[in-house]
Write a protein that binds this ligand. Structure first.
Ligand SMILES: CC(=O)N[C@H]1[C@@H](OP(=O)(O)OP(=O)(O)OC[C@H]2O[C@@H](n3ccc(=O)[nH]c3=O)[C@H](O)[C@@H]2O)O[C@H](CO)[C@@H](O)[C@@H]1O[C@H](C)C(=O)N[C@@H](C)C(=O)N[C@H](CCC(=O)O)C(=O)O
Ligand SMILES: Nc1ncnc2c1ncn2[C@@H]1O[C@H](COP(=O)(O)OP(=O)(O)OP(=O)(O)O)[C@@H](O)[C@H]1O
Ligand SMILES: N[C@H](CCC[C@H](N)C(=O)O)C(=O)O
Ligand SMILES: [Mg+2]
Length: 489
């Protein structure tokens, strides 16, 4: 509970159009359906809907303070506050409502097209090894110490974040590691936050439906490095073509990592990838270590170098960093093996971008002893440009490609598959492929086709336990379906 007057001290540029002070505030939200008595309702003009259209619902649910960007008919007994930017106001009001919880935590933010979830898991493991009480926010789940909470999106809305932070502070958490998506940076979900560490993994094509150009996408990502604390550190991949761009925009100290660039301060070498993991050597400004990760793939060396940089930025000893990384056994739905004793391999992975896919298939090539069979699709209502590119990559690396639905959302599933097929057919060589729209059938088909030593890669949905169609969502878990398919042999 807080006094509205107190919260308004944290707002800039606002006008109280109608006031009924003093007002006790019992919560704050941007969604009329979440309003409870005594809540502030902040109206956001979104991409699909306009929050101003739901003011009546919000008042019906008990909102007594309405934050607006444009003029609306007023009702007696209700306080109306007009602001220039509702998303900014949401962030500022909730920051004050939750007693500036974000400032009481050491925030470690990870951004980049691929590797955010994996890197946050690695950093969490290091922090825990150092006996630090941690919070985690990301695609798979949110965590406060050992307590797990479901995640709706990669980076929640600002008020939901502040609420989580407040619970973290209450639980004694001192460090919070979070994924910071480009949507979050663009839509001000992390506006006014100060990050102690900002990590840049990489930028490759994705989300052009939202950002329209790669330049806008890159610029959105760079905002994380402008939001560092004065003593903050930007941990930046300088093998990535956008690394330099992030360095130029980094407000704090820079710590670079890489494999190819000999100027990288944290540098991996002597990399050996095998089916159960990867081993390599790392030089850092404070010493050298040999590492044996239980996660496989060349790309995971990059993720771990980012995690090492974060650990060093937080003054964690190298030995503890090594222990933290080596004790991580895997990340749900990322190169996860499904083993029911069958004589071929089955991997479930979350690659959903051309770069992620290429990385996984290169790893598959390094470890596979037989044919590679891929089952994948692309999400609807997301970047359409990546579809043919992914088709082409699949055809280049795999002996059999099975195109199937991912989350079609509001799009026609067959149209998505035809978009992928276009790329698949661009290759000069003949491609062995099938289109099976139903994902369950597709997985069963792949498993039935697999012979001894083959590798079936079921890609794109990883940890997801649902499939989203236009008008409904069904429970769906690639790992469970793969098990059923194997057991049916
Ligand atoms: C493009 C995008 O990110 N959109 C998000 C954004 O939508 P929006 O602001 O346009 O909102 P809107 O749906 O048009 O509605 C406008 C306002 O009316 C409100 N409303 C709406 C209906 C109602 O009955 N009552 C009501 O008050 C809404 O709560 C909202 O405040 O804010 C909404 C509320 O928080 C989000 O649900 C919505 O996420 C959509 C569903 C989404 O799919 N987002 C994805 C793309 C996303 O954010 N992904 C990133 C990263 C992905 C990655 O890691 O690769 C993520 O961080 O998860
Ligand atoms: N550093 C990396 N470079 C390229 N591909 C990667 C990297 N790390 C992971 N991947 C691939 O991308 C997939 C997603 O990885 P992860 O979940 O860690 O990324 P993310 O950035 O959190 O994704 P999202 O944008 O959905 O939150 C993995 O399953 C793997 O196939
Ligand atoms: N966080 C990513 C995940 C995509 C995963 C894929 N299964 C899809 O639904 O497109 C996104 O929202 O673009
Ligand atoms: Mg993620």
């Amino acid at each position: 509970m807080a006094k509205l007057e107190k919260l308004l001290e944290n707002l800039i540029e606002f006008e109280v159009l109608e006031s009924h002070f003093p007002t006790e505030v019992k919560g704050i939200t941007y969604d009329s359906r979440q309003v409870k008595p005594g809540y502030i309702f902040v109206c956001i003009q979104g991409f699909q809907k306009d929050g101003h259209d739901f003011i009546e619902d919000a008042i019906g649910n008990g909102a007594r303070v309405i934050v607006i960007e444009k003029d609306v008919p007023r009702k007696p007994g209700i306080t109306y506050i007009k602001v220039k930017d509702s998303r900014d106001a949401l962030s500022r009001l909730s920051e004050a409502y939750y007693d500036f919880a974000s400032r009481k935590l050491n925030l470690i933010g990870v951004t980049g097209t691929n590797g955010k979830t994996t890197t946050t898991y690695m950093i969490e493991s290091i922090l825990r090894k150092a006996n630090i009480k941690t919070g985690l926010i990301g695609t798979i789940r949110n965590k406060i110490c050992d307590e797990v909470f479901p995640a709706k999106r990669t980076t929640p809305e600002s008020s939901d974040l502040q609420e989580l932070f407040a619970r973290m502070v209450k639980a004694g958490v001192t460090h919070t590691v979070m994924e910071v998506s480009s949507h979050a940076l663009e839509l001000k979900r992390v506006q006014n936050f100060n990050f102690k560490v900002g990590v840049f993994t990489n930028i490759t094509q994705d989300h052009l439906d939202f950002h329209t150009t790669l330049e806008n996408y890159r610029q959105a990502k760079s905002k994380l490095f402008q939001a560092l604390t004065l003593d903050g550190v930007g941990v930046i991949n300088i093998d990535d073509p956008s690394g330099e761009y992030m360095i130029e925009r980094c407000k704090g100290r820079v710590l670079t990592y890489g494999i190819n660039n000999k100027h990288a301060e944290i540098r991996g070498s002597e990399i050996k990838v095998n089916v159960n993991g990867v081993s390599y050597h790392v030089t850092t400004p404070v010493g050298e270590i040999r590492l044996k990760l239980k996660l496989t793939g060349y790309f995971n060396v990059y993720n771990s170098l980012a995690a090492i940089g974060s650990g060093l930025a937080l003054n964690i000893p190298l030995e503890i960093i090594k222990e933290g990384l080596e004790s991580l056994t895997g990340v749900t739905g990322r190169f996860e093996q499904v083993d029911c004793g069958q004589n071929f391999g089955v991997i479930v992975d979350y690659a959903h971008t051309p770069d992620g896919m290429e990385n996984i298939l290169k790893t598959a090539q390094q470890i596979a002893r037989g044919r590679k069979i891929i089952v994948f699709g692309c999400g609807g209502d997301r970047d359409r440009g990546k579809r043919p590119i992914m088709g082409k990559i699949a055809a280049k690396y795999c002996d059999l490609c099975i195109l199937t639905s991912d989350n079609p959302r509001t799009e026609d599933p067959m149209q998505i598959l035809r978009d992928i097929e276009k790329g698949l057919l661009e290759l000069d060589q003949p491609v062995n492929y099938r289109i099976i729209e139903d994902r369950r059938e597709a997985i069963f088909y792949a498993v039935r086709e697999a012979r001894e030593n083959d590798l079936v890669i079921i890609m794109g949905k990883g940890h997801e336990t649902y499939q989203i169609f236009k008008d409904y969502t069904i429970p769906f878990d690639d790992r469970e379906v793969a098990k059923e398919a194997i057991m049916s042999l």
